[in-house]
Design a protein around this ligand. Structure first.
Ligand code: 13P
Length: 250
């Protein structure tokens, strides 16, 4: 069943005390009757405390990355088993910042997807074109290739563990958002691409989130589009009032 999802990607923000503080605000202020499934993705070092803080709540915790190997000499990296051992069951993969700043390729992301699935984790799979791709009219090709090369090697049964997050790079952290019509046009294309490769049931069931400068004042209109099933929120997820306003816009 397709789910409504709002996920906050905190990126490299919030120390331990600030993490606790923001989570406590979310816990006390997100209305119980919200129809969105809410995720927060604090930094690695605060994941264990976040899971503890959110026990018995309906807010889930996601990691922002995982290493593809099971274990080994990979200084500074975190494995899926480590995430699972502190109760984290979801991971964001393929974020444009990982792709561009940390040089993650589609092949690397594909292997991280495999590792996450082996550990029965849910993957929030991010992808999206750069400004130059949209300006040259190549955005549909880029998005299709990212899906095919990073994700479409999975099996039909794996799709219940996949959430898609379309994040046009030109809209991330820029204050410039895709218009609701641009978001809908791309989400429809994405669903069609999934349909062609995996069939209608999977295409209809998969949640496709939009990310890129979603704010309290534009969330409702973006979320009203039929193929937009929620959002992956950066900057506005760092403020309880803004994030809750977005969560309740769905
Ligand atoms: P902003 O909401 O700050 O544009 O970030 C979006 C994002 O990258 C979420 O992963």
């Amino acid at each position: 069943m397709r789910k409504k999802i709002v996920a906050g990607n905190w990126k490299m923000h919030k120390n331990a005390a600030q993490t606790k503080d923001l989570l406590n605000q979310l816990l006390s202020e997100i209305p119980a009757e919200t129809s969105a499934h809410v995720f927060v993705a604090p930094t690695f070092i605060n994941l264990a405390s976040a899971v503890e803080n959110l026990t018995h709540s309906n807010i889930s915790v996601a990691a922002q990355n995982v290493h593809q190997a099971e274990s080994g000499a990979f200084t500074g990296e975190i494995s899926a088993d480590m995430l699972k051992s502190v109760g984290v069951k979801t991971v964001i993969l393929g974020h444009s910042e990982r792709r561009s700043i940390f040089h993650e390729t589609d092949a690397l992301i594909a292997s991280k997807v495999n590792t996450a699935l082996v550990h029965d984790m849910t993957v929030i799979f991010c992808f999206g074109e750069e400004l130059k791709d949209r300006q040259s009219g190549n955005h549909f090709n880029i998005v299709e290739n990212q899906l095919r090369d990073g994700l479409f090697h999975i099996q039909a049964k794996d799709w219940e563990k996949i959430v898609l997050a379309y994040e046009p790079v030109w809209a991330i952290g820029t204050g410039e958002t895709a218009s609701p019509d641009q978001a809908q046009e791309m989400h429809e294309f994405i669903r069609e691409t999934v349909r062609k490769a995996f069939g209608s049931d999977i295409a209809e069931d998969v949640s496709i989130l939009y990310g890129g400068s979603v704010k309290p004042d534009n969330a409702k209109e973006i979320f009203s589009k039929p193929d937009v099933d929620g959002g992956l929120i950066g900057g506005a997820a760092l403020n309880a009032k803004d994030f809750i306003s977005i969560v309740t816009s769905i």
